[in-house]
Design a binder for this molecule. Sequence first.
Ligand SMILES: Cc1cc2nc3c(=O)[nH]c(=O)nc-3n(C[C@H](O)[C@H](O)[C@H](O)COP(=O)(O)OP(=O)(O)OC[C@H]3O[C@@H](n4cnc5c(N)ncnc54)[C@H](O)[C@@H]3O)c2cc1C
Length: 614
Amino acid sequence: MKVHKHDAIIIGAGGAGLMAALYASKGGADVAVVSKLYPTRSHTGTAQGGIGAALGNLDDDKPIYHTYDTIKGGDYLTDQAAAKILAENAVDAVIELEHMGLPFDRTSEQRISQRRFGGHTSNFGERLVRRACHAADRTGHMILQTLYQQCIKNEVKFFDEFQVVDMIVVDGVCAGVVAIELGTGEFHIFHGKASFFATGGWGRCWSVTSNAHALTGDGAAIALRRGVPLQDMEFFQFHPTGIYRMGILITEGVRGEGGVLVNSVGERFMERYAPSAKDLASRDVVSRAIYLETREGRSIKNRGYVHLDVRPQTVNRYFAEEGRDRADFIDDATIERKLPDILDFCRTYLGVDPVHEPMPVQPTAHYAMGGIPTNVEAEVIIDAAGAVMPGAYAAGETACVSVHGANRLGTNSLVDLVVFGRRGGMRIAEFVKGADWAALPSDAGGEIRAEFERIRGGSGGSRPGELRLRMQQTMMDNVGVFRTDETMQQGIDDLEELRERFYTDLHIDDKSRVFNTDLMEAWELGCLLDLADVTARTAIKRKESRGAHSREDYKARDDENYLAHSLVGHDGNLAAPSYAVNFDRKVDLSLWEEEIAQGVPEDQQKFRPKARVY
Ligand SMILES: Cc1cc2nc3c(=O)[nH]c(=O)nc-3n(C[C@H](O)[C@H](O)[C@H](O)COP(=O)(O)OP(=O)(O)OC[C@H]3O[C@@H](n4cnc5c(N)ncnc54)[C@H](O)[C@@H]3O)c2cc1C
């Protein structure tokens, strides 16, 4: 196997990977980025609505308000010190992106324009605030292009269309990764002092998802197989507005511009579920409301979807009722200018023109709050006490730092990428200066190569495509927006059967080596099965409702027993793993503890977890 030696191996070229690569290289490290996709095709490029930062360009805003919203939005599972770092660093991260050349939309004073998003408030929940900085509805695309250009300028080395399939751990130290060059099918070893996982999410576990085809959770699954427990896997966010049946995302920015959700009797039902935040209540609340409307027979045509209406006549009528400034009123041109891609999706894929008709939407699997646990320097953690695996780093959607707690606020993922990607890159630059090279084991890559031969040689009766569909359906039905003991057990049983077929009865048609997508997708299915499994197994053990984890049999949040992160690991026996789940990792509550130490009376403490029943 060909061996490549670089100080830092960055796995993934989305926002998190590119930001880490840029900062590690600026700090003097020799950096290689290994990515299964061409960098600018990473999912970060599809992010629409914006990146949150308390710039205060249009309304009164401060990082401490952003911190508060992040903690409250995460239903108090958010690590408070990490949220503070996120909110404080967001401001200069956005300004830095602007200085790198990112073309943000502008206010009339030529400052960075900002829009409303769910859960973004001023003065600790007092009123909605404009915090999301945006470049039309293509914010992620602009971030990705900007960072890629900066990496090229900094002479970062790219290995495009190389898929990482294993991690090399020697005596508890990460010594690099094993990858397959997709164009040739050859295995390569990437030997590094530091390996940084930035491989994105795993929405492909569910049948209706906003996530791109490539989001199969490879990095998290690889880490799990090599002994890293995953954190908070039971929390997966359903975004309320995916295009009916296709799952393609309609950004929350549509509601930020005034769009409203309407049921089959023409009612703006969010006024009932969330009287003050209404359509901009947090995503878990809105997704559950759509399901409840459906259950009560008020979805459109009884088909499980509702309408998202951003027609100027509708929006302006509600704005008038709310007494909003006339300057806020919108017309056709406003929508065309601020939401061009959304209009394009709807016109192309649905034949619906949102300027004249409402859009059919339903909840869509969107974002992994859990993942590879890290500290705030992006170092990978391997136990409840926070012990670090030397040489291993992670950030972005695959990681869990944890700033999103039980439910991520809109626009906070893009912030997470740039803030913790940058911190990780800086930490790596320091680390590689002093660290020694861990020697590679003589059989590096042997085990994973054998696993690929098994998959390639499979001549059983189960095709990956069929197993994948079954997995996605059972996850959608049983481990989705609403959960009970019974549904989750059904999910676990189904997954056990699917896993058994995957390991004993697989069949793939293409036996070649060159660009063998059949083979790679079969291997990715194994990753998805692992992650679906740990999602269901931690979810069933968390006997409460919190954020995105909503149980009909335990409707209240239970801080006494579950104000803690879950950690799930398995014993590495892929065909029939045995799992261990615990809730031993404490949530960082340092801001609340500061309030207590300062003698703030209980009813005025901002960061105290406030009881909630769903
Ligand atoms: C449609 C959509 C809209 C969104 N809108 C917003 C928004 O407006 N605001 C917001 O804050 N968040 C938004 N999000 C969430 C946010 O975009 C993502 O969470 C974030 O972009 C993830 O970035 P990342 O760097 O972690 O990974 P990604 O951008 O997903 O990149 C993953 C990278 O890893 C590589 N990779 C994966 N597996 C392997 C492997 N095995 N070997 C080698 N390379 C691998 C891929 O090639 C890719 O380069 C949106 C998400 C979606 C799906």
